[in-house]
Design a binder for this molecule. Structure first.
Ligand code: ADP
Ligand code: ADP
Length: 224
């Protein structure tokens, strides 16, 4: 089943044409690596797919709902309930403990503190970061911080997790651990993953690779 379909996306920043006719289909539960050289448009494509950035033209459809014509509030609601996000760094709230960070998306959806924190603890255990539950993000290692971020992305039960260079700031051992735990958890919950990376070792965790070049995601797809 096609979950998320982007067609003929164009996006410019001033005179820079970041996307020039990019398209991508994500099926339920699949893990797709978006590869390509630096500056080719990978992050821009991910942001358009996730409804964070409006394309200049083209369509993004999530389960028959057109993201580009939705109201801002409908789009935020969809992001909050259906999508999860993991970025390279800086996405945890420094003033909150790691547990509070993981519980935050549930709290924002109106879940009671006790229930939110119970679910957060379970997810932290799955990501092997229960030991840092009461620490602040600044007190953890980079690898622990990214695993906390993955727990936070998954705690709401998203259908799609967007991960933009999630291992970009980690050494290869910690990177592999993050990828292993992220993809295992995604497979267990049936979440699809859209993974932007330039590292073949990270892309190796995907089911399928798509290459973006000069703002176009080529039909060059490596299917494992
Ligand atoms: P070309 O084939 O034109 O030399 P590249 O092989 O450099 O192009 O591919 C462009 C981008 O796609 C690079 O970032 C590269 O890492 C990635 N890429 C291409 N083929 C693969 C592959 N089989 N596995 C992983 N990454 C790939
Ligand atoms: P990638 O993720 O493949 O490295 P990006 O999608 O980040 O590529 O960027 C594609 C092109 O768009 C680059 O030339 C980049 O400099 C430009 N770009 C991306 N975001 C912005 C922005 N907010 N403002 C101006 N230029 C941008």
């Amino acid at each position: 089943m096609s979950l998320l379909v982007a067609q003929d996306l164009h996006k410019s920043f001033g005179r820079t044409r970041a996307l020039e006719g990019a398209g991508l289909t994500i099926r339920a539960g699949e893990i797709v690596a978006v590869m390509g050289p630096s500056g080719s448009g990978k992050s821009t494509l991910l942001h358009c797919l996730a409804g964070i950035l409006p394309p200049d033209s083209g369509t993004v459809t999530y389960r028959d709902r057109e993201l580009t014509t939705m109201s801002d509030s409908a789009r935020s609601e969809l992001r909050r309930t259906e999508f999860g996000f993991v970025f390279q760094f800086g996405q945890l709230v420094p003033e909150l403990t790691c547990l509070e960070n993981v519980a935050l998306p549930l709290r924002l959806s109106g879940v009671k503190r006790r229930d939110a924190e119970r679910a957060a603890r379970e997810w932290m255990a799955r990501l092997e970061v229960d030991a840092v539950a009461d620490q602040r993000p600044g007190e953890t290692s980079g690898g622990q911080g990214q695993r906390v971020a993955v727990a936070r992305a998954l705690v709401t039960g998203p259908k799609v997790v967007f991960a933009d260079e999630p291992t970009g700031a980690l050494d290869s051992l910690n990177g592999e651990r993050v990828m292993h735990l992220l993809t295992t958890a995604a497979r267990e919950t049936g979440a699809a993953v859209v993974l932007v990376t330039h590292e073949p070792r990270v892309a190796a965790y995907s089911d399928r690779e798509v290459v973006v070049r000069d703002g176009r995601s080529r039909d060059v797809e490596f299917v494992r």
